[in-house]
Ligand binder design. Structure first.
Ligand code: TEU
Ligand code: CA
Length: 540
């Protein structure tokens, strides 16, 4: 394995709308990010991945792009962006852009021209006289009718996100150009949105499934692999950059085909299997969280994936403390345990804004408080099902992507230091006690723990590049060695909350130095009694 810089980089994901508003319009923006660069630098992160900041009608908060070479005025100007790249660089921080290859906005010039009957652009998308039975990721059919015409277009996501036709070489060339445009500005790579569904083999009828009928015709197709290889050779290899693919329905083996070193496609991918540990097939049908299932999924990727992109949160997932921890009784402890987890696994770690202060799920009380297009689509479907209203509401509030999109909590003032105006999305009431300023002041702050863990990871060859070996342990206890030559650490995490039985690592006596701990113990003889969410890193 080569030791390229991005393997030991620590990436921090910014959801720009919700990070920091600089001009009081209630929407986070690029000057706001610049204001916070010193804070980000102080955490020790190396790279910022920005969720989309391009021109967009915002039906899917920027994942519906109407101009790939323009900055949305909500976020600022191209000058602001260039300044961000420069200011970040001055602090040793790189910028990674989000790139949406699968679809554009229906307000993109290409789609408009296509609707105007321009043959060239019609072939950028999929128009058919009849729709097939494919389903959309956001619920319902993947086809919608073109207004006032007898034809349909394909959209795997919202109806304002028409899918691009990647078998058309013109589409390929457009993206070569777009990628060069940003790389020439000095960005360090791309997070590529749903990048393993971009190439459709055919538009044949799909096999009936509960959801996503049709997926067999577009999931990780050979054509898709071919495009990734060509983009790598024609563009990416000419720059000092990396790509992380957001890839759906992959396991470690199919992931390796998309990012393995000798495949020359992507550099790493986000898998979803650990995010499914508390769902039943579809994320809207939750089952109780059981740490064993999470551990099993993580272990599977640690063992099987060449180089995982590790994450516990992003802008599509509920907050990890609310999900895998205990926000009521052990918020700080569980946030710190999850920090140890994310930063000690093999692979490149990604931290999502607010994770470093243990932010929790949004406290939404009514549908109108939720802005996410997916939530509204799904709620419309739920409404038709024979379920109690309280059940539908529970599903909505637990699963809505807005849980992770509430504004960043900087301080305990009325608007959490996020804006001086009306925030675009409801600020969580708990910003009164969960916020950066108070966390920094408190004795056992989560941010301080992040700093410590990040700094330790950077000093540890074992954590950055070591191999991984799981240690058998009691249920809900995740323990492993990371070893690189002489450097070896043992990581132990009790992922259980309050438990009657004391979890134990079978027959393990510890002979090592505790270097990171979330309970302040600095000496362990035997791992007999782990406290709820206790986590530690030992040099052994
Ligand atoms: O998400 C892709 C994706 O697979 C989502 O449907 C994911 O499964 C879902 O959000 C979980 O609820 C990416 C982006 O991360 C997301 O924000 C976009 O909405 C989507 O692509 C379309 O561009
Ligand atoms: Ca703003």
């Amino acid at each position: 394995m080569n030791k390229e810089w991005w393997r030991n980089a620590i990436v921090y994901q910014i959801y720009p709308r919700s990070f920091k508003d600089s001009n009081g319009d209630g929407i986070g923006d690029i000057p706001g990010i610049i204001e916070k660069l010193d804070y980000l630098k102080s955490l020790g992160v190396d790279c910022l991945w920005l969720s989309p900041v391009y021109a967009s009608p915002n039906c899917d908060n920027g994942y519906d792009i109407s101009d790939y070479k323009a900055i949305h005025p909500d976020f600022g100007t191209m000058e602001d962006f260039d300044l961000l790249v420069k200011e970040a660089k001055d602090r040793g921080i790189k910028i990674v852009m989000d790139l949406v290859l699968n679809h554009t906005s229906d307000e993109h010039e290409w789609f408009r021209k296509a609707l105007d009957g321009d043959k060239k652009y019609e072939n950028y998308y999929f128009f058919r006289e009849k729709k097939n039975n494919w389903g959309s990721f956001f619920g319902g059919s993947a086809w919608d009718k073109v207004p006032a015409e007898d034809k349909y277009y394909l959209h795997l996501f919202s109806k304002k996100q028409p899918d691009l036709n990647w078998s058309n070489p013109d589409v390929y060339n457009e993206f070569v150009d777009i990628m060069r445009f940003w790389l020439d500005k000095g960005v360090a790579g791309f997070r590529c949105d749903v990048v393993n569904v971009i190439y459709k083999n055919s538009l044949e009828k799909g096999k009936r499934k509960i959801a996503l009928t049709g997926i067999e015709h577009y999931l990780s197709t050979e054509g898709n692999h071919d495009i990734l290889r060509r983009l790598r050779k024609d563009v990416l290899d000419k720059y000092d950059c990396f790509t992380v693919g957001e890839t759906v329905f992959v396991d470690p083996q199919t992931a390796n085909l998309l990012m393995g070193e000798n495949r020359k496609e992507l550099n790493m991918v986000f898998g979803f299997e650990h995010m499914e540990c508390d769902c039943r097939k579809i994320k809207w049908f939750r089952r109780a969280y059981n740490p064993e299932r999470l551990i099993r999924a993580l272990d599977k990727w640690q063992v099987g994936c060449e180089w995982p992109a590790n994450y516990l949160e992003n802008h599509d997932q509920p907050r990890s403390v609310s999900r895998f921890g205990d926000e009521e009784n052990c918020r700080k402890e569980s946030a710190k345990m999850l920090c140890v987890l994310n930063l000690s696994l093999r692979g490149t770690p990604y931290i999502y804004e607010g994770e470093e202060i243990g932010m929790t799920n949004g406290d939404f009380k009514k549908l109108a408080e939720i802005k996410d297009v997916e939530s509204h689509n799904v709620y419309d479907i739920l409404k038709k099902l024979p379920l109690r209203k309280s059940t539908k509401d529970r599903i909505l509030y637990k699963c809505t992507r807005d849980n992770a999109r509430t504004p960043m909590q900087w301080d305990n003032s009325a608007t959490a230091g996020f804006t001086s105006g009306m925030p675009w999305l409801k600020i969580n009431g708990n910003h009164e006690w969960i916020n950066v300023e108070d966390d920094e002041k408190s004795e056992n702050g989560v941010i301080a723990f992040y700093r410590e863990m990040i700094a330790y990871r950077k000093s540890s060859e074992a954590l950055q590049f070591g191999d991984y070996k799981r240690i058998p342990a009691a249920k809900g206890v995740y323990a492993f060695y990371r070893t690189a030559g002489d450097s070896r650490v043992m990581v132990v995490m009790n992922m259980n909350g309050y438990n009657e039985e004391m979890p134990k690592i079978d027959g393990k006596t510890i002979d090592g130095k505790v270097v990171i701990t979330n309970y302040g113990r600095d000496f362990v003889e035997e791992l007999g009694e782990l406290k709820p969410y206790e986590a530690m890193v030992l040099e052994v």
